[in-house]
Design a protein around this ligand. Structure first.
Ligand SMILES: *[C@@H]1O[C@H](CO)[C@@H](O)[C@H](O)[C@H]1NC(C)=O
Ligand SMILES: *[C@@H]1O[C@H](CO)[C@@H](O)[C@H](O)[C@H]1NC(C)=O
Ligand SMILES: *[C@@H]1O[C@H](CO)[C@@H](O)[C@H](O)[C@H]1NC(C)=O
Ligand SMILES: *[C@@H]1O[C@H](CO)[C@@H](O)[C@H](O)[C@H]1NC(C)=O
Ligand SMILES: *[C@@H]1O[C@H](CO)[C@@H](O)[C@H](O)[C@H]1NC(C)=O
Ligand SMILES: *[C@@H]1O[C@H](CO)[C@@H](O)[C@H](O)[C@H]1NC(C)=O
Length: 200
C-alpha cells in the first residue's frame, strides 16, 4: 500500500470514529466535545427554529459558585428530546472550544458524565433515549475562575433525523463584586487603623 493510500484509509477510519457520537442512546459521546455535532448520517443539524430553550438560574456567577441550567421544550410545544449534550463555554474567543467548570450531583440513572478536554464532568449527556421535556443540571464554576463571562451551549436531539446543534443560553457574567467587596473592606480597615494610630 502506498503511503498516500495508507493516509486516506487512516483519514476514513478517523472519520468513522467521529461519526459515532450521539448514535449511542446511552450518551457515550466524548469525541464530539468540540463541535457538538452528533454523527447521524446522512442527516444534518436542523436550521429550523428550535422548539427548545436553554436557560440558567442566574445571570452572573462567582468562582466556585453554582448555577442551575435547564433544557426544556418551549411553552405549548408538543415536542420532546431523546438526547442532548451540554457544556459551559467561555465567551473569550480564544477559548471557545473549551468547556469551563463541571457539573455536580450528576444522577447517573438519567445522565452520563463526560470528561471533555480531561476536565472531569465538564459535559453531560443523557443516559437513556427516553423522551424528555425538561432536564435540570447543576453547574459549578471553577474556584480559580479567570474565564470571564460564560454561556451554556447544548445540542438537542429530538430523534435520529432531527437535531439542533449548539443552542446557546444567554451570557452569564463573571461577578467580580465579591472580590471588590473584600478589597474595599480591607481598604476600610486600613484607613480605620491609620485614623486610630493618628489619634492615639
Ligand atoms: C454505550 O453504548 C456503546 C455502544 O453500544 C458501548 O460501546 C459503550 O460502552 C456504552 N457506554 C456506556 C457508558 O455504557
Ligand atoms: C423557543 O424559545 C427560544 C428561546 O426561549 C427561542 O429562541 C425559540 O425561537 C423558540 N422556538 C419556537 C419554535 O418558538
Ligand atoms: C413560558 O411562558 C411563561 C409565561 O408566558 C414564561 O414566564 C416562561 O418564561 C416561558 N417559558 C419558556 C421556556 O419559554
Ligand atoms: C463526576 O460525576 C460522577 C457522577 O455523578 C461522580 O461520581 C464523580 O465523583 C464526579 N467527579 C468529579 C471530579 O466531580
Ligand atoms: C436519580 O434518578 C432516578 C430516576 O429519576 C430516581 O429514581 C433517583 O431517586 C435519583 N437519585 C437521586 C440520588 O436523586
Ligand atoms: C452558539 O454560539 C457559538 C459560538 O459563538 C456559535 O458558533 C453558534 O452558532 C451559536 N448557536 C446558535 C444556534 O446561534
Amino acid at each position: 500500500m502506498s503511503p498516500s493510500a495508507f493516509l486516506s484509509l487512516f483519514a476514513v477510519l478517523c472519520m468513522c470514529g467521529v461519526q459515532q457520537c450521539l448514535c449511542f442512546p446511552n450518551g457515550s459521546v466524548a469525541y464530539s466535545c468540540a463541535h457538538m455535532i452528533p454523527g447521524h448520517p446522512p442527516y444534518k443539524p436542523s436550521n429550523s427554529n428550535p422548539p427548545f430553550t436553554v436557560s440558567t438560574s442566574r445571570a452572573t456567577y462567582r468562582p466556585g459558585g453554582v448555577i442551575t441550567v435547564t433544557l426544556e421544550v418551549n411553552n405549548s410545544s408538543s415536542s420532546y428530546f431523546e438526547g442532548f449534550l451540554l457544556q459551559a463555554r467561555s465567551k473569550d474567543e480564544n477559548a471557545l472550544l473549551w468547556p469551563v467548570g463541571k457539573f455536580t450531583n450528576i444522577n447517573t440513572t438519567m445522565f452520563t458524565a463526560l470528561h471533555c478536554k480531561d476536565i472531569k464532568n465538564s459535559t453531560v449527556s443523557q443516559a437513556t433515549g427516553a423522551k424528555k421535556k425538561k432536564v435540570e443540571l447543576t453547574w459549578e464554576a471553577p474556584s480559580n475562575s479567570n474565564h470571564g463571562d460564560i454561556y451554556f451551549s447544548a445540542t438537542l436531539v429530538q430523534d435520529y433525523r432531527t437535531f439542533w446543534v449548539q443552542l446557546n443560553s444567554s451570557s452569564v457574567r463573571r461577578d467580580t463584586s465579591s472580590a471588590t467587596g473584600v478589597i474595599s473592606s480591607s481598604v476600610f480597615l486600613f484607613i480605620s487603623l491609620l485614623i486610630l494610630i493618628a489619634f492615639s
